[in-house]
Design a protein around this ligand. Structure first.
Ligand SMILES: [Zn+2]
Ligand SMILES: [Zn+2]
Length: 211
């Protein structure tokens, strides 16, 4: 069902309240008109003075959050925008990233798990497929055993900017990579250099294994 932009933003706020583990929005945090609109559409119910998402409201909200956060990753990683600009623009972008387009953007970005703020991006159909079908061929560096090698398939950008530095040092999609040592520090060889990274970074490097 199509909801107004204001209603969609309200849905997202409710969803984020759930994400943060709070009970719901209290009376001062919402506009009653917007809630009535959502209630009419069966997306929210009022329960003990707080508004809660219904299953269909939660589904709609999670899609909106997904588009919003994918938009943020797109701005941050591809367009290299700074954080302030991202925060200003991402709300607009999510209305452009309608269903279907979000899968293309998600695939282009390597099915990111987190937005630049470190919040989880609800996975789409494309992510679930990628994770089940390609699981055998493509694995995160932390799933490799020392001695195993392959090619860098893609690199998932984190919040720290350290992966970008790795790429600047020449660890790039298509390049060869061999894991030398695992946990707690992951040591790998790529090109003619050796790198030592922590688990967080290693988990963002996806390798197409040589079978
Ligand atoms: Zn974010
Ligand atoms: Zn995806």
């Amino acid at each position: 069902m199509m909801v107004s932009e204001r209603a969609q933003e309200q849905l997202e706020r409710l969803w984020m309240a759930e994400e943060d583990g709070s009970a719901g929005l209290s009376r001062s945090e919402y506009s009653i008109d917007v809630m009535r609109e959502l209630q009419g559409g069966g997306q929210v119910v009022i329960d003990a003075e707080t508004w809660k998402l219904t299953d269909s409201g939660r589904k709609e909200a999670s899609l909106a959050i997904r588009r919003h956060r994918l938009g943020e990753v797109l701005f941050a990683n591809v367009l290299n925008e700074d954080q302030q600009k991202i925060d200003d623009q991402a709300c607009r972008l999510e209305h452009v990233l309608f269903d279907g387009l979000d899968e293309s953007i998600c695939t282009l970005l390597g099915h990111p798990r987190n937005c630049p703020h470190g919040k989880a991006i609800p996975p789409g159909e494309c992510c679930r497929e990628m994770r089940s079908h390609q699981a055998a061929a493509i694995a995160s560096l932390i799933e490799l055993k020392p001695g195993q090698s392959g090619q860098v398939a893609f690199i998932q950008m984190g919040t720290s900017g350290r992966l970008e530095k790795l790429m600047a040092m020449g660890v790039l999609p298509g390049g060869s990579i061999k894991l030398l040592r695992a946990s707690p520090t992951f040591v790998f060889e790529s090109g003619y250099s050796q790198f030592a990274v922590d688990e967080e970074i290693a988990s963002g490097i996806y390798v197409r294994r040589e079978l």
